[in-house]
Design a protein around this ligand. Structure first.
Ligand code: CS2
Length: 436
């Protein structure tokens, strides 16, 4: 039986369409020892879907030209925090384990308003389990691990190193020092659009294949993975399967967060305001599509350093085609979730670096204000604080409470008077678009 070389925290559809697919490809070409033990932090739903299928599931890539389905065989088991703690720690402490990876979403890192660790909520996340596993390794004189964040945060490796360091320093400074000496935290840029699988997807697949796959994942053809070359020990030869191992991920990360994810959040809030359900529908709206182009090409791209203009222009063209994919029903409401965790690196970083007015991002902010006010799809760990911030006063006062120096979202961007006026005007216009 193949060994488990990777423990992965946060086994959502994204990880199953990305990391698990790269590992599957590596093992299909004869590499051994790279099975994944997945850990679910919040519920046993994925475990109930996948464990009865021995971890096997289908991955379907869909485009306008058609679809292709394959079976992914790199997942050994799904373990659940709370229920399978001893097994999770044993996997982390095993000599076969070399990499721990994370797709726990932006909020899973438990950052407070200024980006530090919120210890009170970190108790509920991966920190205690990881601490136990690493503690075992230190006590047993074993090698350290590569701890690899694959979430949409700038410098995700540095962020994880800093937050884990702060968690460990409090109760276990010796382990904190051991981790600094023996573990690495590569930053990564991950990219693949993976909508939450719907009942319709599962039914269509069952009709096509003649078997029911409870763990089915649907995605696009495109997949990208850029990884900083910083490993504590062995790893699969991911670059033989399309990943890029580089010395500096930062430019790719900035381009992806500010262009792809920035445009996605604009599509989400403006698209919901206009009554659309899916990304490809919002893309066909002539009030929204030009804004997406402007956000990517004129606002975000010029702030990305380290990649040339031609490359970024091609990147924008490719992103437009991906957003247009009519075969992928990517819900705007899925992207609209957790705005407080996403907006800083997607929009505010661009606004802080940009010269001149960013009319597309400011329109996005206007649509986000409306989204918070209407509240129908508001799914955000800071939902209460957001509602509170926009509950009284004019737009100027609301923006101050959100983005001002003592505001909810610390970002280095504070709207000037003209920007405030523009957002207020856009909010009035977007309100008439007729959705939500
Ligand atoms: C999306 C991302 O849900 C969201 O916020 O913007 O999940 C996006 O689809 C991925 O980052 C694409 O790689």
């Amino acid at each position: 039986m193949q060994e488990v070389g990777i423990v992965h925290f946060g086994l959502g559809a994204f990880a199953r369409a990305h990391l698990a697919a790269y590992n599957d490809a590596a093992m299909a070409t004869g590499e051994t020892g790279w099975m994944i033990a997945g850990v679910s932090l919040r519920s046993d739903r994925v475990a109930r879907q996948l464990n009865p299928q021995a971890g096997l599931y289908t991955l379907t890539e869909r485009s306008g030209e058609g679809q292709a389905t394959r079976v992914i065989g790199s997942l050994r088991e799904v373990l659940v925090k709370g229920r399978d703690c001893a097994k999770i720690v044993a996997r982390l402490a095993s000599p076969e384990c070399h990499v721990v990876s994370f797709t726990v979403t932006e909020k899973g890192y438990c950052r407070d308003a200024v980006g530090g660790l919120d210890h009170a909520i970190a108790v509920e996340s991966f920190y205690p389990l990881l601490t136990q596993g690493l503690g075992w390794r230190m006590a047993a004189g074993m090698p350290g691990l590569t701890l690899m964040s694959c979430d949409n945060l700038p410098e995700n490796g540095r962020v994880l190193a800093r937050l884990l360091g702060s968690w460990l320093e409090r109760d276990n400074p010796a382990l904190a020092a051991w981790v600094r000496e023996n573990c690495t935290f590569p930053s990564t840029m991950v990219d693949r659009i993976v909508p939450a699988t719907s009942d319709t997807d599962r039914a269509t697949l069952a009709a096509r294949l003649g078997v029911v796959d409870e763990g089915a994942v649907v995605t696009e053809r495109f997949s990208q993975w850029v990884i900083e070359d910083s490993f504590a020990g062995q790893r699969p030869n991911w670059e033989a399967h399309g990943a890029e191992i580089v010395t500096d991920v930062a430019p790719y990360e900035a381009a992806k967060l500010r262009m792809l994810n920035g445009a996605h959040s604009l599509l989400a809030y403006a698209g919901l305001a206009a009554g659309h359900i899916f990304v490809h529908e919002a893309m066909r709206d002539e009030r929204i599509r030009p804004l997406v182009e402007v956000l990517m090409r004129q606002e975000a791209a010029p702030t990305v350093t380290g990649l040339d203009g031609g490359f970024l222009s091609d990147y924008a063209t490719q992103l437009i085609a991906r957003f247009d994919n009519p075969a992928l029903d990517h819900r705007l409401a899925q992207i609209a979730m957790d705005g407080s965790q996403k907006v800083p690196q997607r929009w505010l970083a661009t606004l802080a670096d940009a010269r001149g007015h960013c009319i597309a991002i400011l329109t996005g902010i206007a649509a986000w204000l409306l989204h918070i006010a209407r509240g129908r799809h508001l799914d955000d760990p800071l939902a209460e604080e957001l509602r509170d911030a926009i509950s009284a006063g004019d737009v100027s006062a609301q923006l101050e409470r959100l983005f001002g120096p003592r505001g909810l979202l610390k970002s280095g961007w504070v709207p000037g008077p003209e920007e405030v006026a523009f957002i207020a005007e856009q909010r009035r216009i977007v309100r008439t678009w007729g959705g939500e």
